[in-house]
Design a binder for this molecule. Structure first.
Ligand SMILES: [Zn+2]
Length: 213
């Protein structure tokens, strides 16, 4: 009898610990946070095109959709997409969507290209005159992309990209890898590979907010 009672107590205590800890430690840490996810290019604008014809717009949409799903399903964030299909959306419209909605953060997903097919690596951008929050988000996402993808570090950088300049909230732009590299293009065709990229960006967002992914 004594043993059973102790076991019951232990189970109750464990359940209590989980109930107290899990909302912070496991999921839901981004509840109430509004994030705009912007898959670059689309429609008549393919963005960069890989050596066998894979388009940046398609890869950006795949990664952006994964990022949205992770933010919603793991973080319980509220997410706005600037596009969910292969359509033209102007840069001004992308910015207006986020500004009018009052997004807390803006994340534009792109992939890089070079005339030198051997080039590969990860770059993450914030605006030249961005807020410290934008630099922190950039650095956290960049660190997760580097750790997860294992590609050369080309830097956490600043730029004057339209969507970074005209958004009212902290904004970043990811260039996780080079679609112009034939080996990278082959990997980017794999849905598992692009899922992981979206998840790494999500992990960076969680780090930025100080919550466990
Ligand atoms: Zn692009």
């Amino acid at each position: 009898m004594k043993k059973v009672k102790f076991a019951t107590l232990a189970v109750v205590a464990l359940a209590l610990v989980f109930a107290l800890v899990s909302p912070v430690m496991a999921t839901g840490g981004l509840t109430g946070v509004k994030i705009t996810v912007d898959p670059g290019h689309g429609g008549s604008d393919p963005g960069a095109v890989g050596p066998t014809g894979l388009t940046e717009k398609a890869v950006n949409l795949r990664v952006g959709t994964v990022l949205k799903n992770c933010l919603v399903e793991y973080g319980y964030a509220t997410v706005q997409m600037t596009r969910t299909t292969d359509v033209d959306v102007s840069l001004a419209d992308r910015v207006a969507l986020a500004n009018n909605w009052g997004a807390n953060r803006f994340i534009s997903v792109h992939h890089n290209a070079s005339t030198d097919p051997s080039v590969n690596g990860t770059e993450t951008y914030a605006y030249y005159y961005g807020s410290s929050a934008s630099f922190d988000l950039r650095d956290k996402v960049h660190a997760r992309l580097l750790a997860g993808m294992g590609l050369p570090n080309r830097g956490a950088l600043t730029a004057g990209f339209y969507v970074l300049k005209y958004t009212n909230m902290p904004a970043i732009l990811t260039e996780a890898s080079f679609i112009s590299n034939p080996y990278e293009e082959a990997r980017l065709k794999d849905a598992g590979y692009t899922w992981r990229e979206g998840y790494y960006i999500y992990q960076g967002v969680a780090d930025h907010y100080g919550v466990a992914p």
